[in-house]
Design a protein around this ligand. Structure first.
Ligand SMILES: [Fe+2]
Length: 328
């Protein structure tokens, strides 16, 4: 099989599990403000889905001592693609295990990225079937748009921080067949990569962790589909005391419209207006941004992504480096 044929074996990001030290606040954020439906409660976890998420859940909120990502799972394009990707992962670094213990999903392969993130691959996913009162008249929509907050449609993408971006890109390209659509280089060092195997600008992005920590989350993104909604969401967040980090604006990288906020537990969440560029060319060539182009790359409208948080804060948080006078 050629390298080209390995591509399009990953369909999309199916689910993410976040830990939060403030489960009530985090659930209020996702249910009341972002209109996600609760589909199950079990132990210290609550399962949520947006009104266009196709499966039983796309977001699992679990109470824990620190904000962090527990795991994220990508769905493959077929059962055979899952077997091929797992064989490639096993040939690459060997670490991984089959599990089958998540509500609404079947056989799943859990593995660790080169930087230590927990990720999974799966094919078997139970489709969400709405009860009568939640059924939408729009047939492609799995459930009605809720009358609550400013509802997101679905989970969109994942942005991971890594102590070293290049091994992450190599692993995701080689073993998952992801295509690197855009990247940022700082001299000889890769500072960020945006990868997909679908027509989206990215399913997974990886950015350099300015703190040098391993295996952290930068953000999870949820999709509105309408850029205006990021402005409407900013007004809602301002009124309800949710900390806005940056936006609304449009990235040059991926051309997508963004708004970054912190959910009450401390995880960074992105609200994605429109998806930006769609990659239709089968032989799309990777675009490489250099640091002299970075202002356009980060925000076309001129928003400054704050250095003191955007390029340093991830979850789990790491303590600040002590300064020479002993203060931290
Ligand atoms: Fe993002």
């Amino acid at each position: 099989m050629s390298d080209e044929q390995y591509r399009q074996e990953i369909a999309h990001l199916a689910r993410v599990e976040l830990h939060t030290p403030d489960p009530d606040g985090t659930l209020w954020f996702f249910k009341d403000l972002l209109g996600m439906y609760e589909t199950r409660r079990e132990g210290q976890s609550v399962y949520l889905r947006g009104y266009e998420d196709p499966y039983q859940w796309s977001l699992k909120i679990t109470e824990g001592p620190v904000a962090r990502m527990d795991h994220a799972a990508l769905r493959t394009t077929s059962p055979e693609a899952l077997e091929r990707r797992v064989r490639s992962l096993q040939a690459g670094n060997g670490e991984g295990a089959w599990t089958e213990d998540e509500y609404g999903y079947g056989k799943t392969y859990d593995f660790t990225t080169p930087d230590g993130h927990h990720m999974s691959l799966l094919w078997e996913a139970e489709k969400y079937r709405a009860p009568e009162d939640l059924r939408s008249k729009i047939l492609s929509r799995p459930s009605k748009k809720p009358l609550q907050g400013l509802p997101i449609k679905r989970l969109d993408h994942l942005n991971l921080l890594a102590s070293d971006v290049t091994p992450m890109r190599n692993s995701f390209e080689r073993h998952l067949g992801l295509r690197t659509n855009e990247r940022v280089v700082d001299g000889e060092v890769e500072a960020g990569v945006w990868m997909s195997s679908s027509q989206l600008s990215h399913d997974v992005a990886v950015m350099r962790d300015a703190r040098g920590a391993r295996g952290r989350l930068h953000h999870v993104a949820f999709y509105y589909g309408v850029q205006q909604h990021t402005v409407d969401a900013a007004e809602m967040f301002r009124d309800y005391d949710i900390t806005i980090e940056a936006g609304p604006d449009r990235h040059g990288i991926t051309q997508s419209s963004f708004l970054y906020v912190f959910e009450p537990g401390g995880n960074r969440i992105e609200l994605f207006g429109d998806p930006g560029i769609l990659i239709l060319e089968p032989d799309f060539e990777t675009r490489t941004w250099t640091m002299d182009q970075i202002d356009t790359g980060t925000a076309i409208g001129g928003t400054n992504l704050p250095q003191e948080t955007y390029f340093t804060y991830g979850t789990p948080p790491v303590p600040p480096e002590p300064t020479e006078d002993g203060a931290s």
